[in-house]
Design a protein around this ligand. Structure first.
Ligand code: B3K
Ligand code: ZN
Length: 859
């Protein structure tokens, strides 16, 4: 298996400017005829080498004449002695029904659809399957009229007609040159929701949403979200949609969330279908944000695309940043920011600490699908956010305008993006650009000293990036560190030299020391407001200082974070066997927090969430899983007991009324459910849980009650689970919530329990949503079961992956992630995790996807 390197990039030897395709659908023998306009680039005599996988080749014609002069391998078709400019016709046959990898063209539950990013187009026909080859497409689809009344491809429909034996055909034309990874086609029998959107400049766009028959009522929210996204992109970036029609198709079998194919997005139905009965507030939020994300790709990704796959963050980091901005505008900045930080701390920091560590612009790749990571996406978005912080809103917009002015219609690099930004600012971005090439999580350490006699305070911030599996030498980064200094009464202080400007410190050296003169008491440094850089912070402060930050800091994120740090410290005391270190005054401080913020549902809801086990792991090393898990659990139990009275008051005082999806109502439900989750650990909570479950008129409160119930009486929990299944057994998408809840249970027989659930009529190894819900949830979030000390959890997941890898390597390679993060755990766990990774590595015929992750993690 070959490693591809970023440094080896070469422009293509040929290009393809126009593609005409004729597709005759058939479950096991679909016939693809492609007519390609090919041109040699530059002065050379190389042969034309096209990519192709799992294709049956029927014929090759050059300028209309059949030729046998070609060579075929498993992954390519080479044709020597071609003219400088010619028409190539290739006919291939493929097998969509048996395509269980869900890449290329596949047929699942009666729907044909495609997934071409990153390198799936080569499973449809021979092609230069690389993003720097841009072509216009005209595609004709033929299919049975009854079974597939809907035939879709990118662009606009330009002709349709009837054929023999009950078939029909439609021709689609996409005038915008695009890389083949944005190609899509769909055939099926759907319900359609239609709407219309008029852009600022007056262009009318038809909107069409295709969903499974009978699911129409769950579509409107997605369509409304789309219109909000279109409007927002016009208002915020001046970007309008550029075709007459925008289509979204929801399918049940999909490897990831959604795909931004030009004019024809294909979505996992999980991110389209939503109504109050079947979807939680979180589901609604996700629908809106994924719809927006894919829409925003039309400019950041499609109009300006990537030169090569190493540049993936060019489109993904930027588009995630844009969808985050959008969501913050549609809902609220604080809860959004906290959401992103949780992803960074739980998942991205863990990736950096593992053998899969890579920069947001990777240098080496075996299987591209393995690099759709939290690093490329979420850390990538954090890097863009820092640029936004450094340049300010106005200049950032100017830089974006310049980026589109320079590169519309091109396939470019991350350097091109930074250069466009550089052109609008005096700030030298050359040091900043290190964020693209250096992997790892920087640690900012804060130390401070107060000199009582001199009445001087000094605060030192130093940065250090620990070496990672992929890079041993690290340099200091350039980062904006939001900084504030307060005293215990809440007064704010400015440093003598005014190195902190507008609460922002630009850290570009290994360390910097700030001086504060004429201060009459020690000050409290408040660091990394709004999570201004993707870094870890070590700023050990006593609990009273953390509570003071919560009370007085200007930055809401800092306030939330101070409590997170306090919880983390408390749990550590429990782990050290000193729970009494969490004194009555700390509990009192926490009670006060609840009482004082009782009306602020958004902040309180977030502040009452105890850091997850995974987040706790990131501030520790060689974690003794069992010890930390027990400590966290014991702390949660005491938390509920100590705070019972104020929590109960909050719960009772939040009246959510009839279901509405509004910001206020979402925050109220969220706060109430977080509180219920604590109360459920107490005898007096059982009734509340039951009552909420039975009286709920929406999925948010139903799931809130169900999740809370797992902390209380086991029998009652089982009862509620059973009643949930009764109600939703015909709705696999809803049942996924139930599968996931089962999979994360702490119970001694968890493995046989999951084995039993695999036999559930709605479970299927062929459906990625089911597999992620049951097996993925276990591997990622069932701390007790996955990390069982006898290694049985690791073995269980590995056994499953060995099976899954045979059909769907992409999904298998995602679920292996927790195993590859063995470095974080104590040696007893490490050894057992590595045994299972070894089993995977020894497997004959292991996919490239799994091989890359497993071999790297054992290297
Ligand atoms: N660009 C796609 C992801 C493709 C993943 C390929 N394995 C969805 C998105 O990021 O919008
Ligand atoms: Zn994306």
């Amino acid at each position: 298996i070959k490693t591809k390197r970023r440094a080896d990039y070469m422009p293509p030897a040929f290009t393809i400017s126009d593609v005409k395709m004729d597709v005759v659908l058939h479950p096991t023998a679909a016939r693809i005829t492609s007519y390609l306009t090919v041109k040699r680039l530059g002065n050379h005599h190389e042969k034309l080498i096209l990519d192709g996988e799992k294709l049956v080749l029927n014929s090759v014609k050059i300028d209309g004449k059949i030729t046998q002069d070609y060579e075929q391998t498993d992954s390519s078709l080479s044709i020597p002695n071609v003219p400088n400019s010619f028409q190539l016709e290739v006919i291939t046959t493929i097998d969509p029904e048996n395509n269980k990898a869900l890449e290329g063209l596949y047929l699942s539950s009666g729907v044909y659809c495609t997934q071409c990013e990153a390198e799936g187009f080569r499973r449809i026909t021979y092609f230069l399957d690389r993003p720097d080859v841009l072509a216009t497409y005209e595609v004709t689809l033929h299919g049975n009229k009854n079974k597939y009344p809907t035939l879709l491809a990118n662009g606009n429909p330009i002709a349709r007609g009837e054929g023999d034996n009950g078939s029909h055909w439609v021709t689609w034309q996409d005038p915008h040159p695009k890389p083949c990874y944005l190609f899509a086609m769909v055939a099926g029998d759907f319900d359609v929701l239609t709407d219309e959107y008029t852009t600022t400049s007056g262009r009318k766009v038809a909107l069409e949403l295709y969903v499974d028959k009978g699911k129409k009522a769950r579509g409107p929210f997605a369509l409304e979200s789309l219109k909000r996204a279109m409007k927002w992109d016009e208002d915020t970036y001046g970007l309008e949609y550029d075709l007459d029609i925008y289509m979204i198709v929801a399918v049940d079998f999909f490897n990831m969330g959604a795909m931004e194919n030009k004019g024809l997005n294909i979505f996992n139905s999980k991110f389209v279908l939503a109504d109050q009965n079947s979807a939680t507030d979180e589901d609604f939020f996700n629908v809106e944000s994924v719809i927006a994300h894919e829409y925003f790709h039309n400019w950041t990704g499609n109009r300006v695309t990537c030169r090569d796959w190493f540049q993936l963050s060019l489109k993904e980091g930027l588009t995630v940043f844009r969808d985050q901005q959008f969501s913050a505008d549609m809902t609220s900045p604080l809860s959004n920011r906290i959401k992103h930080v949780r992803v960074m701390r739980e998942h991205q920091f863990a990736e950096d600490a593992s053998a899969m560590s890579h920069p947001i612009r990777p240098d080496e790749v075996m299987e591209m699908n393995n690099f759709y990571t939290v690093t490329v996406y979420d850390k990538g978005a954090e890097v863009i956010r820092m640029l936004h912080t450094l340049l300010g809103k106005k200049k950032f917009r100017k830089g974006m305008d310049e980026y589109f002015r320079r590169h519309d219609g091109q396939a470019v690099t991350c350097d091109d993006f930074v250069a466009a930004m550089q052109s609008v600012t005096e700030l030298d971005l050359s040091h900043f650009a290190l964020w693209y090439s250096q992997s790892g999580t920087p640690l900012i350490t804060v130390s401070h000293q107060y000199d009582e006699t001199a009445k001087r305070m000094s605060v030192t911030l130093s940065q250090h990036t620990p070496k990672t599996a992929d890079q041993s030498v690290k340099r200091p980064l350039f980062m904006p560190v939001a900084f504030d200094c307060i005293d215990s009464k809440g007064n704010h202080y400015q440093d003598d030299e005014q190195r902190v400007k507008n609460n922002m410190l630009l850290l570009n050296e290994p360390s910097v020391t700030l001086q504060f003169s004429d201060v009459t008491s020690a000050l409290i440094p408040v660091v990394l407001g709004n999570f201004s850089a993707p870094a870890k912070v070590k700023n050990p402060l006593p609990s009273e200082d953390l509570l003071a930050i919560f009370r007085f800091a200007r930055d809401a994120f800092n306030r939330w974070d101070a409590l997170q740090q306090l919880y983390d410290w408390c749990i550590e005391q429990y782990a050290l066997g000193k729970p009494e270190a969490v004194t009555a005054s700390i509990w009192d401080g926490l009670k006060e927090v609840v009482e004082r913020e009782a009306q602020n549902h958004e902040l309180l809801g977030e502040c009452l969430v105890i850091p997850s086990f995974e987040t706790l792991c990131q501030s520790r090393s060689l974690v003794d899983v069992e010890q930390l898990r027990q400590a966290r659990r014991a702390f949660c139990q005491d938390f509920a007991q100590e705070l019972a009275t104020p929590l109960l008051t909050v719960y009772k005082n939040i009246h959510t009324g009839d279901y509405e999806y509004t910001l206020e109502a979402v925050n109220a439900r969220r706060c109430r459910n977080v509180v219920l989750n604590h109360l459920a650990r107490l005898p007096q909570g059982q009734e509340l849980v039951c009552k909420q479950f039975n009286s709920s008129d929406n999925m948010t409160d139903t799931m809130g009650a169900l999740k809370a119930a797992q902390h209380g009486d086991k029998e009652q929990f089982e009862k509620l689970l059973a009643s949930f299944e009764q109600q939703w057994r015909e709705e696999p998408l809803v049942l996924d919530k139930w599968f996931a809840l089962h999979a994360t249970q702490e119970r001694d027989d968890i493995l046989s329990h999951i084995t039993l659930l695999r036999e559930h009529p709605q479970f299927s190894i062929g459906n990625p949503n089911r597999v992620r819900a049951l097996i993925g949830s276990f591997a990622f979030y069932n701390t007790a079961g996955f990390h069982a000390i006898d290694g049985s959890g690791y073995k269980f997941v590995t056994d499953y992956l060995l099976m899954l890898d045979k059909t769907n390597p992409q999904v298998a390679a995602r679920i292996v992630t927790p195993l590859t993060q063995w470095q974080n755990y104590a040696p007893v766990y490490q050894e057992k995790m590595k045994v299972q990774l070894g089993r995977l590595l020894n497997e004959k015929g292991l996919s490239r996807d799994l091989f890359e992750k497993v071999s790297k993690s054992l290297a």
